[in-house]
Design a protein around this ligand. Structure first.
Ligand code: GMT
Length: 379
């Protein structure tokens, strides 16, 4: 069996988001293991900040002639993929998201002169949101079934892909991961001081793209109940369609002094290093990468019992899993955890250990490598 030196193309949405983070971190870790990585995307993935001698970026440029009603990005991407497959002699093309990336990859494979194996990773939104849209369902199923291999980021997402899109193909569950080396608790208190947070204040954190499915107003309502019981600050990280409504709710509830709107931030590990509790109260979530990032930093989490969240948080061990919209139960669990130091330490340690055991980058990257190897061995 070939051990090192695969040539791997990776396509993802390069902007901020869990799928972009996973695709980029995977590329970086595979490069560290000696593989040659070719990112094919519209922009440089945002986490690709360091220079690597074996990571290349191929930009997809889209022509926009007046005759086109919309710039043909998907065709430009497929064409670029085909070029890179041939010129760089790719063994594997690993795409994140079925639409359009898997479909573009299938088209590129047909155009290219060289045989390449297509691996598609499903991240959630493509199935739980787009998969129920009748105009896209068939093409999503096509992208999945024509890929040489498909992975989903949780068991829940695998089941939803079967149920909602009617996929019968075998799919592998490979969980998301974090590089634990990036996550340490801040002992210097400098960041807290810089943010104007007092030593005795508890820090609650929520990070998302402020879409409706994230139910950020529920986070605000829970936090208002916490502030009733103890001095606390809420760090709100991210931006998106619900941002203005959330600001308004914070004002209505009279907790403006306690909420810090930090906007989009790249270095979330620093923020987790000062946090005491992470809230993710979504109504749809195939995995919840931010939970893993919090847990790696020793931050207990409260999440909702939907999608992949219960596969990440172990209820009563690393945090709590509660029903969507159950503000009262979530608030009382949060207050209990934040006021019992022994319980908090127990959850914090269990969270770090769980990441180390189940979601460490080394373990997960190896699963992807084994998948690539077995695909290539099939010929
Ligand atoms: O949650 C989003 O809206 C962003 C989306 C993305 O493309 O990053 O997140 C999806 O993929 C992440 C990485 O696998 C998962 O952690 C998120 O749970 C998933 N989001 C949804 O399922 C809503």
């Amino acid at each position: 069996m070939r051990k090192i030196g695969l040539r791997i193309g990776i396509t993802c949405y390069p902007s901020v988001g869990g799928s972009g983070v996973i695709a980029t971190e995977l590329g970086k870790l595979l490069a560290e293991k000696g593989h040659q990585i070719h990112f094919i995307s519209s922009n440089m993935p945002f986490r690709l900040t360091k220079l690597y001698s074996n990571i290349y970026f191929h930009e997809v440029e889209v022509s926009n002639y007046p005759v086109f009603q919309h710039p043909p990005y998907d065709l430009a991407l497929a064409s670029k993929m085909a070029d890179v497959i041939d010129q760089e002699q790719l063994d594997i093309l690993h795409v994140h998201y079925a639409v359009p990336h898997a479909v573009c990859a299938i088209l590129a494979k047909q155009m290219a002169k060289r045989d390449v194996k297509i691996v598609t990773t499903l991240h959630g939104t493509d199935i739980t949101v787009l998969g129920v849209d009748l105009s896209l369902k068939n093409i999503i199923r096509y992208g999945i079934e024509e890929s040489d291999c498909v992975t989903t980021v949780s068991n829940s997402l695998k089941k939803q892909t079967e149920d909602l899109v009617g996929v019968r193909k075998h799919m592998n569950v490979i969980y998301n991961f974090v590089d634990e080396r990036d996550y340490k608790r801040d002992q210097s208190h400098e960041l807290k001081e810089n943010l104007g947070i007092k030593e005795y204040e508890k820090v609650v954190i929520h990070i998302s793209n402020f879409r409706k499915v994230k139910r950020v107003p529920d986070v605000i309502r829970v936090f208002a109940n916490i502030v009733d019981k103890m001095p606390a600050r809420l760090l709100l990280v991210g931006d998106g369609p619900e941002y203005i409504a959330v600001r308004e709710l914070v004002r209505e509830l009279g907790i403006e002094e306690n909420v810090l709107f930090l906007g989009k931030q790249e270095n979330v590990s620093e923020l987790f290093s000062i946090a005491d509790l992470k809230l993710l109260l979504s109504e749809k979530e195939s995995f919840g990468l931010v939970l893993l990032e919090a847990m790696a930093g020793g931050v207990p989490c409260i999440g909702t019992n939907i999608g992949g969240i219960p596969e990440v948080i172990q209820n009563q061990e690393t945090g709590y899993v509660c029903s969507v919209q159950d503000i009262d139960t979530i608030s009382s669990k949060a207050v209990k955890l934040l006021s019992d130091e022994d319980l908090w330490k127990q959850f914090s340690n269990a969270a770090k250990q769980r990441v180390h055991r189940e979601f460490a980058s080394e373990r997960i990257v190896q699963q992807y490598e084994q998948l690539y190897e077995s695909l290539l061995a099939e010929g």
